[in-house]
Design a protein around this ligand. Sequence first.
Ligand code: PHE
Length: 473
Amino acid sequence: MAGAAQHAHWSSRWAFIMAAVGSAVGLGNIWKFPYEAGQGGGGAFVMVYLLFVFFIGTPMLVAELSLGRRGQLSPIGSMKKIAQEEKRSPLWGLIGWSGVVGAFIVISFYSVVGGWTLAYMVKSAMGAFSNIDAQTAQDTFVSYISNPVMTLVSHFAFMGITIFIVAKGVQGGLEKAVTYLMPALFAILLVLVVYSGFTGDFAKTVDFLFNPDFDELLYKANSPEAIAAGGAAKVFSLDMVLQALGQSFFSLSLALGSIMTYGSYLTRDVNVGRSALTIAAADSSVALMAGLAIFPIVFAYGLDVAEGGGLVFMSLPIAFGQMPFGIVVGTLFFGLLAVAAITSSISLLEPPVSYVEEKTGWNRRKVAITMGVAAGVLGVLSAYSQGDNMLSSISIFGLSIMDAKDFLTNNIIMPLGGLFTALFVGWFVSRKAMMEELAMEDKTFRIWYFLARFVSPTAIGIIFIKIIYDTVV
Ligand code: PHE
């Protein structure tokens, strides 16, 4: 038990599950998943996403939790330590580094959108959505994200709350927030699904989300590439498949060190396999419910499914503006969404904080403030890249600053992190060590090992090679 003594731990298995679900369920499910499904053409995206969640993401959850628990350090420290124990190159520590740096980038823009949810909670409470139509809902959103003062205030308010909780440590703030508020979010989402289902276009939603049209996912229509390819209207591309892969990692909080760090707070008696399945199931049901709540309104009001990051903020307020007790329901919804986002942002700040704490020996409070403020400042660039705000004309490979950070993490850092983690546990850590760490039934272990060793690296590898080939050739 040497070394484990000074490291904090969860108070119970239930507390750990709640914290991990709290990390997984967040803006990724309610803000990102619906708009990406909309842009990816619906059902086929959803199907591929779910396949990734269960065949790649869940085994990776198991891998990261067990690496963290074995290492008992920050992601960087744990990776280096395990590599050393297994007599492997210290370069494997880079997996930890890419996670810590990735988490720092993600939290910088995650907090911006977290700020939007806080602002929308206040707007809802003030009755701003009463009887609004689709156009007003859209104008409200655009004018808000274009406002340099409002967006700054809400971004730093969100970051401030995150810093406050992280500074208090694992058991202090975090566990309490998740145990009650996550189930409340689930309940209100259920109410919204029922309401949207009755008042919006439910039939079209079900068709859109669950009737896969693979052409929509696999072919780019009228893209510059398509036109260059001799006027053919469509070109085969795995871009959206990569997007779905990245989203499955993002939604499960993988490859950014968060789950590995939470694993390091884990005690030996917790069954990692069963926990991973619970987390994945809870996470995907929230994402699907968000889709079922949002798209009936999108279709009923003729909004654009491929609208992008504003989709949730432009659609749900219309429903809140019309339903009985809409002010209460709307305020509760955005409030709980903010809570869900905070329980995720905490887990994003945690990897950089745990590393700096380990390196410098500063107290937790000081580290949390330093890292949080630094990420907050970086986030201003994202906040101001939206709508008509101050930096909205800057474009990086055709993307806004916010979308560029999202692309870098979602489509590059996370899938590559996942690929190397899978290779590490599948080929570079001894089978015996993994078996001992996981303490699974023999059959379950074999399934997991096969998925981690062969399926994940092959799937991620193929997607990457195809996309690199397309870009270069
Ligand atoms: N999973 C969180 C969400 O869906 C975001 C997140 C990603 C948190 C990676 C931690 C690490 O909102």
